[in-house]
Design a protein around this ligand. Structure first.
Ligand SMILES: [Zn+2]
Length: 97
């Protein structure tokens, strides 16, 4: 009879400890968080988003800015078309044309 004598509560404690999410440090904001399921790398969606942007932005900067300009121009024209002069939002950047 060579039972390894482990207290039941002790075993449960060990199991729980193993399953416990590990505290991690968010690489974006440096905050501590618990990785649920041990998969998440960032503390929040916001940080994950920002990390994504930090990787994405330098490579697609021109593309992004161009698209933003395009969108601003569209909005500007749409506002002009409505012509009701609802002065909400910021005016679009003036384009040198
Ligand atoms: Zn974070």
């Amino acid at each position: 009879m060579a039972w390894v004598m482990i207290d039941v509560s002790e075993a449960a404690r060990l199991l729980a400890a193993r399953r416990k999410p590990k505290p991690r440090t968010c690489p974006v904001c440096g905050g501590q968080f618990e990785a649920v399921g041990g998969r998440s790398k960032y503390c929040s969606k916001r940080c994950a988003n920002r990390a994504y942007w930090q990787r994405y932005y330098p490579r697609h900067r021109e593309e992004y800015l161009a698209r933003q300009r395009e969108r601003q121009r569209e909005r500007y024209h749409r506002q002009k078309a409505q012509a009701s002069g609802a002065g909400e939002g910021t005016p679009p950047d003036r384009q040198p044309s």
